[in-house]
Design a binder for this molecule. Structure first.
Ligand code: ZN
Length: 441
């Protein structure tokens, strides 16, 4: 049981305060307050009292549903010290990582996955979908290390957060029985979707056909890396959208990256967006990795490498934003923080107006939740209470402050608290600072 007062829910209602009751891990009551409540029975929120106190005054802090990072690579995260990428290109990242994967023991993969998932949880992410490399040409003992470690981490962390596992199938040969046996064994490990990167295959159409056929026969959604290239002639998205319609897999196909869309002419872009809309596909943009990896051959004006976020939104196609890679050869930076990714999305897609700042929040919460099939998500009575409380009072402050202090609640309990404090030189400065802060404490 948890009873919160003075809660801000800015996606629902911009300036109002709410009283929120939680019981058995569910929201049981969300009531609009008549102004700020002063009640001595409610303890001001701070780290030490969490888990002990039921009645909490959150003092006007913003409460958001737990973030959904729908496209990560937990197997690769934090591997940069072992796997360099001198040129900074996607090509070198793929080559170097593929060579190194042979030497990673399962325990090391597990530890790096745990580290990254817990980093994400501390930042407010309560749901992750991770792609896991699955190059079908590898021997089984090497091939299954990543997916085995991911399934173990998923199960180990299931009392605290949700992790979906998606094998990123490559080197698929539908005529090779051994390959198809490996794929079946992977799918039988309770995976959540079928993944792939068909634009990198020698015969993309054959690989797309096989991925759709697998998705259909195992009744799984598809979540594909698509057209991660600066070349506007790379357009496997057209065939993928056509297959989605042929297979009647509307609302069951998600496509990530779509970088080449940025360089295409307007006529072709509109044709593709119409197809994506018709096929009811979802899109996820990965701006951090693509800003870093793409445009590497350009001189002078360097292409950004990020898909057409605004045009996709204007076409009423759901688009989320996600982390992709964290401190690995594909992307050396990052800390599994979706607020950092949201801010980057705001810059790269020119999304800064009041409504766009709220849309950025939807791109890391409700939109990815819908795209990965997460039911009963969001701050509503009857839904599971998964949330993050931020030390700010408005949406605008979220994006200007990127507040470090975060209180994360999921699966019936407080799962993480990260609290930062500021010390100033003397009492005079401290008093001046506090007078200008709305939050107390
Ligand atoms: Zn990816």
């Amino acid at each position: 049981m948890l009873h919160l007062i003075n809660v801000r829910l800015p996606i629902m209602h911009d300036h109002a305060l709410f009283e929120v009751k939680i019981s058995d891990g569910m929201y049981t009551s969300i009531v609009l307050q008549n102004g700020y409540l002063e009640d001595d029975d409610f303890i001001p929120l701070h780290a030490e009292i969490l888990g002990r106190e039921t009645f909490l005054d959150v003092q006007g802090r913003v409460l958001l549903p737990g973030f959904v990072d729908m496209h990560m690579h937990l197997d690769k995260a934090h591997s940069l010290p072992q796997v360099p990428n001198i040129s900074g290109t996607l090509r070198e990242a793929v080559e170097n990582y593929s060579a190194s994967i042979l030497s990673f023991p399962e325990e090391e993969l597990r530890q790096r996955m745990l580290k990254t998932a817990l980093q994400a949880l501390a930042n407010g992410t309560t749901t992750i979908r991770t792609h896991i490399d699955f190059n079908c040409s590898l021997d089984e003992d090497v091939l299954f290390r990543g997916i085995q470690a991911a399934v173990e981490v998923r199960d180990e962390l299931s009392p605290y957060m949700d992790i979906q596992v998606v094998p990123l199938f490559s080197s698929i040969n539908p005529n090779d029985d051994l390959v198809m046996k490996k794929i079946k064994r992977a799918i039988d490990m309770e995976i959540d979707a079928i993944g792939g990167c068909p634009h990198l295959a020698p015969n993309p159409k054959l690989e797309i056909d096989t991925l759709f056929s697998l998705a259909k026969s195992y009744n799984k959604p598809l979540d594909l890396h698509v057209d991660e290239s600066d070349d506007p002639n790379v357009d496997t998205i057209i065939y993928i959208a056509e297959k989605t319609l042929d297979y009647r897999m509307q609302r069951k196909v998600v496509v990530g990256h779509l970088c080449s869309l940025a360089g295409m002419d307007e006529g072709k872009v509109q044709k593709i967006l119409t197809l994506i809309k018709k096929a009811e596909m979802g899109v996820v943009t990965l701006p951090a990795a693509n800003l870093y990896l793409q445009g590497r051959q350009d001189k002078g004006i360097v292409r950004r490498g990020v898909t057409r976020i605004r045009e996709i939104q204007d076409a009423a196609i759901p688009i989320a934003t996600a982390s992709d890679n964290v401190h690995d050869p594909f992307h050396p930076f990052g800390k599994a923080d979706l607020l950092q990714i949201g801010l980057l999305t705001g810059y790269v897609a020119h999304m800064g107006s009041p409504s766009e700042q709220r849309q950025l929040l939807r791109m890391i919460t409700s939109i990815p939740a819908r795209l990965i099939g997460k039911m009963k998500y969001g701050v509503e009575e009857g839904n599971a209470a998964n949330f993050v409380l931020l030390n700010v009072q408005s949406v605008e402050e979220i994006w200007t402050e990127i507040p470090e202090t975060r209180f994360v609640f999921a699966k019936h309990r407080w799962v993480s608290v990260k609290e930062t404090h500021q010390r100033l030189a003397d009492n005079n400065l401290t008093a001046l600072w506090q007078e200008n802060q709305i939050l107390i404490g």
